[in-house]
Design a protein around this ligand. Structure first.
Ligand code: RM4
Ligand code: MN
Ligand code: MN
Length: 426
């Protein structure tokens, strides 16, 4: 289903009067609104190819219908999101869930939708039907060299797919670890993993990055071989300048101070990127900003402060891998993704409201109350009209979910693809 610009413009026309009132108010209240709008327009976040269908838990799955049946249809879905919000201009592929059989055609199709290819992701946490050796006891950490080699080769294969498509980074998330005390020699597991990562690293093109993603627990419940940002940073530092830590918001132990982690990784020049999602208990993969939007804002505040001139080698909006990694178990995946992107934009816009100089001033004079007032003042500002204005100026919809529903997009997809379709992925 292709939504034409006319349809978006017509839909916007109906919302314009109300939007104008809200935006004019926000504009008067906000200093530097034009700069904020431009930065929002420039910002893009990648959509995961593995989360365009209905997710499930180990107890069950309740598909909603019209799910993309192929990589082509997944690109169509992401293209639609991008058309509606002009902020989802990239797709992140998971291999082998989404192997591009004809890379040239896939690239052409993506380009037609204005999409680039973000990081490619390897998968050594599952056994595939045609696979010789099992990952039951780990992949890159495995005590068996042949299994390690199989996992290394897979990652190199993923890099090759990425090169064909114009990706510039590889994300390695390992489920490696152990389920019971005594099962694993921690040190050997680390050394094997490092050695394996080094072999993959050598296969990276010179302008590529490797993102080492960590996770505190699950599917291994006693130890994870890349279990936290310290371990990831250790691998990334030993690997070299092309290796970075990737922060998945759901991969921490409860109450971890993620914004502090982000700040220090930036200080070290080792923050590679994000998998945005939200969680209450563990790796819940819920809609970004749905549980703890304040935390999301505080993370963006660190990002914005950390990318002030002279603070970091990074430019916010480029340089990092910005990706969503969520699972949509009870919502329409596309609506859920629209909500996630909106939450990211809101947090980013709010972070741009923080007066960095005033904050620093308050900190230097130990004025804790003032510092909190500055931070919370930004967080409590309703920036939604500013985010909507950025969309409007970029040619997107004032209300992406509104138009998605008014056009009955899901029903159209069910008509085209069928009710009982299953997308590969989570
Ligand atoms: C993991 C992790 C990875 C993602 C897989 C599907 O928990 O978040 O990033 O690729 O799930
Ligand atoms: Mn992730
Ligand atoms: Mn995860």
């Amino acid at each position: 289903m292709i939504i034409s610009q006319n349809i978006i413009d017509d839909h916007n026309a109906k919302q314009l009067a109300k939007h104008k009132i809200l935006f004019d108010f926000a504009k008067n209240e906000t200093e530097g609104v034009e700069n904020i709008i431009q930065r929002l327009i420039d910002f893009q976040v990648a959509i995961p190819s593995w989360a365009l269908g209905t997710g499930g838990t180990r107890f069950g799955r309740f598909p909603g219908g019209g799910e993309p049946r192929s990589l082509e249809e997944k690109i169509e879905d992401v293209g639609l999101l991008h058309k509606l919000n002009k902020t989802s201009g990239a797709i992140s592929l998971h291999i082998p869930w989404d192997i591009p059989t004809s890379p040239k055609d896939i690239q052409t199709l993506a380009a037609q939708h204005g999409l680039a290819f973000d990081a490619v992701n390897s998968n050594t946490f599952q056994d595939q039907a045609d696979q010789a050796l099992t990952y039951k006891f780990g992949s890159l950490q495995n005590v068996n060299k042949a299994i390690r080699k199989q996992a290394i080769d897979h990652n190199i294969e993923v890099i090759k797919h990425g090169i064909d498509l114009g990706s510039k980074s590889l994300t390695v998330w390992l489920s490696d670890g152990s389920c019971f005390p005594g099962q694993l020699n921690f040190r050997k597991a680390f050394e094997n993993t490092l050695e394996s990562l080094q072999e993959i690293y050598v296969a990276l093109p010179s302008d590529w990055k490797m993102f080492v993603e960590y996770k505190a627990f699950e599917p291994n419940f006693y130890s994870m071989t890349v279990g936290d940002w310290g371990q990831s940073l250790l691998y990334a530092s030993k690997l070299g300048e092309k290796a970075y830590t990737l922060v998945d918001l759901g991969h921490h132990l409860p109450n971890a101070n993620i914004e502090q982690i982000v700040s220090l990784l930036m200080m070290e020049g080792k923050l590679g990127g994000f998998h945005f999602n939200d969680s209450k208990y563990g790796d819940d993969d819920l809609t970004v900003g749905s549980i703890n939007p304040y935390q999301l804002f505080l993370i963006f505040n660190e990002l914005t402060q950390g990318t002030q001139p002279n603070n970091s080698p990074f430019e916010l909006g480029s340089g990092f891998g910005w990706m969503i990694d969520a699972s949509h178990n009870i919502k329409d995946p596309l609506e859920d993704l629209l909500q996630s992107v909106e939450a990211i934009m809101v947090a980013y816009a709010q972070s741009l409201l923080v007066d960095a100089d005033a904050l620093e001033e308050a900190r230097i004079s130990n004025d804790v109350v003032k510092a909190q007032e500055i931070i919370q003042g930004a967080y409590r500002t309703d920036v939604r009209p500013i985010v909507a204005e950025a969309r409007l100026r970029a040619g997107a919809a004032i209300s992406p979910i509104g138009i998605f529903r008014d056009l009955n997009v899901r029903n159209a997809f069910i008509g085209e693809r069928g009710l009982k379709t299953v997308a590969t992925g989570l």
